[in-house]
Design a protein around this ligand. Structure first.
Ligand code: EPU
Length: 417
């Protein structure tokens, strides 16, 4: 089984370039199905999740051509299939994002039900509520969900929770529906704005993305365009924590500091120095680290995708910290692994209390999900001895060239096949 091995490393120093955002690339790749022209996407991260959604697009009849390492051209003029196969849906829950565009283009979409995943049950009720409000009939049977509509008509939709995926699926369907859709309590993540900008470039009419009320006027068709994916704020945040925890000094390039204000605020509070520039951020970790309280929330709150990395940092900060996870019901699986490495963490439901320890020790640990994997890499960099991480396919789903990037910063990390 493939593993990542990390030895106690010197402070990370130098610069690292952040890749395009996974969570922006996935919905935008799905949205290429809305257009009958050719779309060229730049800064598409070289990740397993991107490969999976590209395979889904190909199975549906789109032509997907990789131009360079991080550039892809897609033509979905000939899509005929409206059914995404179980094998691919099972590999990645985000494949569900093709449901909205398929329904919009073909009036029909049948998808194997994305099951629960490690971090929570992750239902899709809000996506379906949106499809229904626009006039689709929803049929659920034998592990499949199907949406059908002769005609999609805009409507007012209130989301009970600002779900990122539901907001994206609704933006995509409503863009080709008749009339106006008003989406209330929409997710406000930068990845929503990126998707809306992309659809607008194609000829769509979406206003208010990035706020909680989004107005979408449906258009008859969308054109092929070029688009550059925004930088990955979670990858950037992970390297920022890397600088703080190793007492290093890293210049993180290709990052929009506006997208990660809560991460910057918490790093400052913990004691790291954060300097913001136009498209880069420098983090210097030469001060004492202090415990803080963190609560994850939808954007612009503290991102759940940075929770585990901060948990590692707080494990070695002075004093007591608390972390509350409000977005997913089961996103503390890294805690047991961090405890194996010597952390002092106690959890009660969605709250964790962390009492800072002087140091961590290397151990054999398991990446239980993508961000949990990142938190263990960070732990391994400062732990005495050797840390061996298994189940690293999770890490490959979402971090582009992570070993190479950390090696370039002076970290001692390698992969054993
Ligand atoms: N939810 C519902 N009903 C729905 C949809 C969601 O109850 O119909 C609940 C979920 O169960 C969860 C909460 O709402 O408890 C948040 O889910 P959301 O739909 O906002 O998340 P997502 O679209 O499934 C995206 C990212 C996640 C990120 C979350 C929150 C992608 C591909 N994934 O997931 O990224 O954690 O938003 O910001 O964009 C990651 O990158 O490691 C990752 C898990």
């Amino acid at each position: 089984m493939k593993r990542i091995i990390i030895e106690k490393s010197p402070p990370l120093k130098g610069s690292v370039r952040v890749s395009g955002a996974k969570n922006s690339a996935l919905p935008i790749l799905a949205a290429t199905l809305l257009s009958s022209g050719t779309c060229r996407l730049e800064d598409v991260p070289d990740l397993n999740d991107v490969k999976i959604i590209s395979e889904v697009l190909e199975i549906l009849g789109a032509k997907v051509e990789k131009i360079g390492k991080e550039e892809v051209e897609i033509n979905a003029s000939d899509i005929r299939a409206y059914e995404a196969p179980y094998e691919l849906m099972n590999k990645m829950r985000a494949s569900f994002l093709v449901m909205g565009p398929l329904l919009a283009r073909l009036g029909r979409a049948k998808i194997a039900m994305p099951g629960g995943c490690a971090i929570g049950s992750r239902p899709i009720d809000l996506h379906l509520k949106g499809f229904k409000a626009l006039g689709a009939e929803i049929i659920m049977e034998e592990g499949f969900v199907e949406a059908k509509a002769d005609k999609l008509v805009g409507n007012e939709i209130y989301l009970d929770f600002p779900s990122v995926g539901a907001t994206q699926n609704i933006l995509m369907v409503a863009s080709l529906a008749e009339g106006e859709t008003i989406l209330q309590n929409a997710a406000m993540e930068p990845e929503i704005t990126d998707l809306a900008n992309y659809i607008n470039k194609m000829g769509g009419d979406i206003r208010g993305a990035g706020t909680s009320t989004i107005r979408i006027k449906g258009v008859n068709s969308l054109n092929g365009v070029n688009h550059q994916i925004i930088p990955d704020r979670i990858e950037a945040g992970t390297y920022m924590v890397g600088a703080a925890i190793t007492k290093g000094d890293i210049m993180i390039e290709n990052v929009l500091s506006n997208h990660i204000k809560p991460v910057i605020a918490k790093l400052n509070e913990i004691g790291a120095e954060v300097l913001e520039y136009e498209n880069s951020i420098r983090v210097i970790g030469d001060r004492e680290l202090k415990g803080v309280d963190i609560k994850t929330l939808p954007y612009p709150g503290f991102p759940t995708d940075m929770q585990s990395q901060f948990m590692t940092l707080l494990s070695v900060a002075n004093g007591k910290s608390t972390v509350e996870e409000t977005v997913f019901e089961n996103r503390f699986m890294h805690v047991d692994e961090l405890i194996k490495m010597g952390a002092n963490i106690v959890t009660n439901d969605r709250k964790a209390i962390i009492n800072g320890v002087n140091g961590l020790k290397g151990a054999k640990v398991k990446a239980t999900d993508l961000r949990a994997g990142a938190s263990l890499i960070l732990a391994g960099l400062i732990a005495d001895g050797v840390t061996e991480i298994s189940d690293i396919y999770h890490i490959d789903r979402g971090y582009s060239n992570i070993e190479e990037k950390i090696l370039n910063l002076g970290g001692k990390i390698y992969r054993r096949n």
